[in-house]
Design a protein around this ligand. Structure first.
Ligand SMILES: Cc1ncc(COP(=O)(O)O)c(C=O)c1O
Length: 471
């Protein structure tokens, strides 16, 4: 057998065969191309098939290094790509990403493979890390969500989804036979967690606003009083930007007889986790309340060139989840292995520049612009809804997919939404609206299309279809 280190029957290491040459190379390392079968075409049901647009990776010619042709080709591809990114960034309204940032000062760090694998609070053997930045960022969020430095544990995740996967996992480890409760408008990652962890999951109805319906929550809790409750609370739902009433959720649990050792609450603050603390009327997300964890996406309101997130939980919970890993000289309490070490530096940079006060101003601006946009839509005869604590404006789905694609709107059923982030100015909203009004004149001309009724999605008062207009 070729291979080093194989133990013989008596425990001795078998010597390598004499003809073994570790430096021998395979003569032709380029594998044959895989022909696409004529009969079996790739079936893609949703969206566009990216395979038709893909930039093939081609094998360099032997003399490419001398002619420089390859470098020139790659430079031209990248330059075209940059142009298209600039264009796509200009016309982006549908996803909750703040695209306005300048991290030029950090470009000097691109040459380093920064990896925070393992626990943020325990230095591993790998020295090219950014834990000092990561813990600084975590402390900032811990202060925002009111938990002492020596009482929390957290880490920077790859995204809000990972925060949900972690928060729900901690809940499951603390209450192993708990049932997961989540409103039907929760992000799909919550239901993904239930599937991954094979947890029983109960979906709770929502109000028209998208907020969890605590009457239904109570009724469902009463059906399963013998099992602990692990509850996902939305600090901003994906489609309608609804903020669940955390205080009412806690009261419902307590009124139904669930003592504090019988429930665990994870707050999914992916969207508005960083906005709500600055809105006076919003239910406060705070570890002074009986919650177990909070997560937020870093690339959304903060703005960051790569997806990332923050997850904070109570230190007391994390010991049930973690193992020591000798190979890392660290503890493994995270979901992933390798962790992006650049992302903490990006967040640290913005948090330092803006501070709590800077974020507060941006939140106010977004809420103001969102109200402006909702009012203008309605003046133009477009049915629209805006939750009081939200900057997600929901309105009638446009009838033209080209228009939807241009503005990168997220649509569901008869509704679409625009999420007003700090980079979305009144000017951009006006441009969008003017184009929408023009298009609508074409769509509805000669009754080509009918105006959508969105009453079942957002309630009759927000719908301006012929049936509900004026009601
Ligand atoms: C409410 C909510 N939770 C979780 C997520 C997932 O966040 P991410 O895209 O960062 O994984 C989203 C994404 O939009 C969201 O809206």
């Amino acid at each position: 057998m070729v291979g080093s280190g194989h133990l013989g029957a008596n425990g001795t290491v078998e010597p390598l065969p004499e003809d073994f040459d570790a430096s021998a190379v395979i003569k032709e390392p380029v594998p044959p191309t895989v022909a696409e079968s004529e009969n079996v075409k790739r079936a893609i049901v949703l969206g566009k098939n990216v395979h038709t647009l893909c930039l093939e990776v081609t094998e360099p010619d032997a003399d490419d290094e001398i002619t420089g042709e390859r470098d020139a080709y790659m430079a031209s591809v990248l330059s075209k790509y940059k142009k298209s990114l600039t264009e796509r960034t200009k016309h982006h309204l549908g996803y909750p990403y703040n695209l306005d940032f300048d991290y030029g000062a950090l470009s000097q760090l691109q040459h380093f493979s920064i990896n925070n694998l393992g626990d943020p609070f325990i230095e591993s053997n790998y020295g090219v890390h950014s834990r000092q930045f990561e813990v600084g960022v975590l402390d900032w969020f811990a202060r925002l969500w009111e938990i002492e430095k020596d009482e929390y544990w957290g880490y920077m995740t790859n995204c809000g989804t990972e925060g949900n996967l972690h928060g729900i996992l901690v809940g499951r480890e603390v209450l192993p036979d708990g049932i997961l409760y989540a409103s039907q408008e929760s992000h799909y990652s919550v239901f993904k967690a239930a599937r991954m962890y094979r947890m029983d999951c109960v979906k709770i109805a929502t109000l028209h606003t998208g907020e969890i319906d605590c009457n239904d929550f109570k009724a469902k809790l009463l059906l399963h009083k013998d099992k602990p409750a692990i509850v996902n609370v939305n600090i901003g739902t994906t489609v309608k930007g609804a903020v669940d009433d955390l205080d009412l959720v806690i009261k419902t649990l307590e009124d139904t007889g669930f003592s504090r050792d019988k429930f665990y609450i994870h707050c999914d603050g992916a969207l508005f986790g960083l906005m709500m603390p600055f809105v006076k009327l919003a239910p406060k997300v705070s570890f002074k309340k009986p919650i177990g964890s909070v997560s937020v996406s870093g690339h959304k309101f903060v703005g960051c060139p790569m997806p990332c997130g923050v997850q904070i939980t109570r230190l007391e919970h994390i010991n049930v989840l973690s193992n020591n890993v000798e190979y890392l000289a660290s503890r493994d309490a995270t979901i992933m292995g390798s962790r992006n070490g650049h992302a903490p530096i990006f967040l640290w940079y913005t948090l330092n520049r803006k501070g709590y006060r800077g974020f507060q101003k941006e939140v106010q601006k977004c809420l103001r612009n969102a109200h402006y946009f909702k009012d203008r839509l309605r003046e133009a005869g477009v049915g629209a809804m805006l939750n009081e604590l939200s900057s997600t404006v929901v309105f009638e789905r446009p009838h033209d997919e080209e228009f939807v694609r241009k503005w990168q709107l997220a649509c569901q059923g008869n509704i679409a939404h625009v999420v007003v982030m700090p980079n979305v100015t009144k000017g951009k909203l006006d441009d969008f609206l003017n184009e929408l009004v023009e298009k609508r004149a074409q769509w509805f001309k000669d009754d080509k299309f009918q105006q959508y009724c969105i009453a079942s999605e957002v309630g009759e008062t927000c719908c301006l279809c012929p049936l509900h207009k004026g009601k």
